[in-house]
Design a protein around this ligand. Structure first.
Ligand code: PMP
Length: 448
């Protein structure tokens, strides 16, 4: 272990952080929802490589599809015609509503969002992009501009230093959310007010109008939002927020982009795509992570009309649509259907949310439990009255204790105050019970 630790430090950058820094986990192998370390200790994986291992680690069916394709053809680039590519894009298109039928394949979520932003600008002729406070949309220079979460931003890279005409004017607005120290935690939860009477929504739409008023409304190219925020800490919006925002953005000539990098492929349980839970159809959808169960891949899906604005030249991506990636992603879609992953996400996710809400009522330091399906956030606070984030040292203590008892979870939120649960979508109710017992014990240990 010591040797692994030293070697990890040898050639790797300081920006690459090991999550359990008190005692890192040395992963050796995985199967479905389980991971094993080099000493043979088993962990229940409730973070799935950041919501990425969608159907299970080394899922036998997907592994077999990968092996088959690896023996046949690794790579040619899409300047040639090969069946894994069009077989996959047809299958993926079938999961999306009309008119979202034109698919560009990339290798990551950041690349997909970069491309979406470029398309939106070419299509509208505008440059400004609106994103939400607390959002994360990627680590490339362009998407770092879209990302509002300060932990991931570098002042030089963000906004490309404004040296050229492609410089994004990005407004991180109008969101207060749970990540704002002063705002009540409850304001961002999916509220159940009758349609049209939601005051929280009025407030945020008001803030959006302020953004329009203080920026240059005629220059809006796009509005980017995740259906439920991921890295931001499973932040949900008031009912109709996305619907109303889409309308306002479109009225100003902008296009609406749903970043489904985390929420796609059934993760929210009730729908295959997160946007379907908001009763909207975006103009562009971006996806990655769960698309290929951990094999690097991403995609942008748009309408024929927007695609036509992006057709003057060649768009080339060496690895985009790689035959192995397509064969894997295709098998992932089949596996999702056969294994009923979306249903599992709904059933086990709803159970977890119900049980965690009971724990919220029991523990003073659980401020909020939210999310949908297997996209869950547990926001930790100093106490319910102050609603101040639980400090990092306390978060770490609970986090490391949970790991020592055999469960891996994630952390997020602007202050690192939200535990994130996004397991492979093959977990069982027994696994959920195991986690609940472990988490309960970790909270109990901390409170003592
Ligand atoms: N969008 C969202 C919502 C994400 O969560 C992430 C990654 N955490 C990205 C985009 C960027 O994806 P990638 O790391 O594959 O570039």
């Amino acid at each position: 272990e010591r040797m692994m630790e030293i070697r990890r430090q040898n050639c790797n950058p300081m920006t690459m952080k090991v999550t359990y820094y008190k005692k890192p986990v040395y992963i050796h192998q995985g199967h479905m929802q389980w991971l094993w370390d080099v000493d043979g200790r088993r962990y229940l994986d409730l973070f799935a490589g950041v919501a990425t291992v969608s159907v299970g680690h080394c899922h036998p069916k997907v592994t077999a599809a990968a092996e088959k394709q690896l023996r046949k053809l690794w790579h040619t680039t899409n300047i040639y015609v090969y069946s894994p590519l069009h077989e996959y894009t047809e299958k993926l298109a079938a999961t999306l509503p009309d008119p979202l039928k034109v698919i560009y394949l990339t290798n990551s979520g950041s690349e997909a969002n970069d491309l979406a932003m470029l398309m939106a600008r070419l299509h509208t002729g505008n440059f400004d992009v609106i994103t939400l406070r607390g959002s994360y949309h990627g680590g490339s220079p362009h998407t770092m501009g879209l990302t509002s979460n300060a932990a991931y931003k570098y002042p030089v890279a963000s906004g490309l230093g404004c040296h050229n005409t492609m410089c994004p004017d990005v407004f991180a607005g109008p969101w207060g959310g749970s990540n704002c120290r002063d705002s009540p935690i409850q304001t961002i939860r999916d509220c159940s007010c009758p349609q049209g009477s939601c005051t929280a929504n009025d407030k945020y739409i008001g803030q959006l109008n302020e953004v329009f008023a203080t920026s240059v409304p005629s220059r809006i190219a796009a509005f980017f939002a995740e259906p439920i925020m991921g890295v931001g800490g499973a932040v949900q919006y008031p009912k109709n927020f996305l619907k109303d925002t889409y309308k306002l953005v479109r009225e100003r000539g902008g296009v609406c982009i749903a970043d489904e990098v985390q929420t796609g492929f059934g993760r929210t349980g009730s729908h295959f795509w997160g946007f379907q839970g908001h009763d909207v159809i975006p103009d562009i959808v971006t996806m990655a992570k769960g698309i290929a169960n951990g094999f690097p891949m991403g995609a942008v899906v748009t309408t024929p009309e927007i695609a036509a604005s992006f057709a003057k030249g060649v768009h080339f991506n060496t690895f985009g649509g790689n035959p192995v990636a397509c064969a894997i992603a295709s098998s992932v879609l089949d596996t999702m259907e056969e294994d009923g992953t979306q249903q599992i996400s709904h059933n086990v996710g709803t159970y977890l949310l119900t049980e965690l809400a009971k724990m919220r009522d029991k523990y003073e330091i659980i401020g909020d439990v939210r999310g949908k399906g297997l996209q869950i956030g547990v926001e930790m606070v100093k106490d319910k009255a102050s609603r101040k984030p639980l400090p990092p040292a306390a978060m770490s203590e609970i986090f490391e204790d949970t790991k020592d008892m055999g469960v891996l979870i994630g952390k997020g939120g602007v202050y690192g105050q939200t535990f994130r649960i996004k397991p492979p979508m093959c977990i069982t109710r027994d696994d959920a019970d195991f986690f609940l017992a472990v988490f309960n014990q970790a909270l109990h240990n901390y409170m003592e």
